[in-house]
Design a protein around this ligand. Structure first.
Ligand code: PH2
Length: 164
């Protein structure tokens, strides 16, 4: 059994562009998984406290046999490898953040995981990269992702370079 999983990547400390590229590479070597798509890589204005650097954001699509919690332990390990600390400000700066945005059409809600990711529908740095990969993407709740762009402006977000 395989599932298509969208993983959001964000970073705004140290060398965020380099970190995002390395993290995309690390997703290519996950066990029982293959990377099948990557969005453009964007620079975005910080959501939350404004006194932090701009973010680099992207979304990757993987096909995996890992369960959501197995995948989550791998994404946490990749975050840790890049010096992620789990203390500090809510919505504060970070070296690397990996979020499981969508796991097939599954809905998961437990102490470790909320999938679809709770902020997905409000964040330009998630919606536009998702659409780069899958322009006709539909959420488990039936929402057409493209329809969200009407109410969510780019907010100055710009693509940095093509990964294709
Ligand atoms: N633009 C942008 N802003 C953020 C991001 C992010 O990935 N991109 N992540 C955050 C940490 O929760 C807080 N704010």
């Amino acid at each position: 059994m395989t599932e298509l999983v969208y993983v959001g990547l964000g970073a705004n400390l140290k060398s965020p562009l380099e970190t995002i590229k390395l993290a995309i590479n690390e997703l290519t070597v996950l066990p029982h998984s293959e990377l099948v798509g990557v969005s453009k890589i964007y620079s975005s204005k910080p959501m939350g406290p404004a006194d932090q650097p701009d973010y680099i954001n992207a979304v990757a699509l993987i096909r995996t046999e890992l369960t959501p919690h197995q995948l989550f332990s791998h994404t946490c390990a990749i975050e840790d490898k890049h010096g992620r600390t789990r203390v500090g400000e809510h919505w504060g700066p970070r070296t690397l953040d990996l979020d499981i945005l969508l796991y097939g059409q599954h809905q998961i809600n437990d102490e470790q995981l909320v999938v679809p990711h709770y902020g997905l529908q409000q964040r330009e740095f998630v919606i536009y990269p998702l659409l780069d990969i899958t322009p006709d993407l539909v959420l488990p709740c039936g929402t057409i992702v493209e329809s969200l762009t009407k109410n969510i402006p780019l907010n100055g977000m710009t693509p940095l370079l093509s990964t294709h």
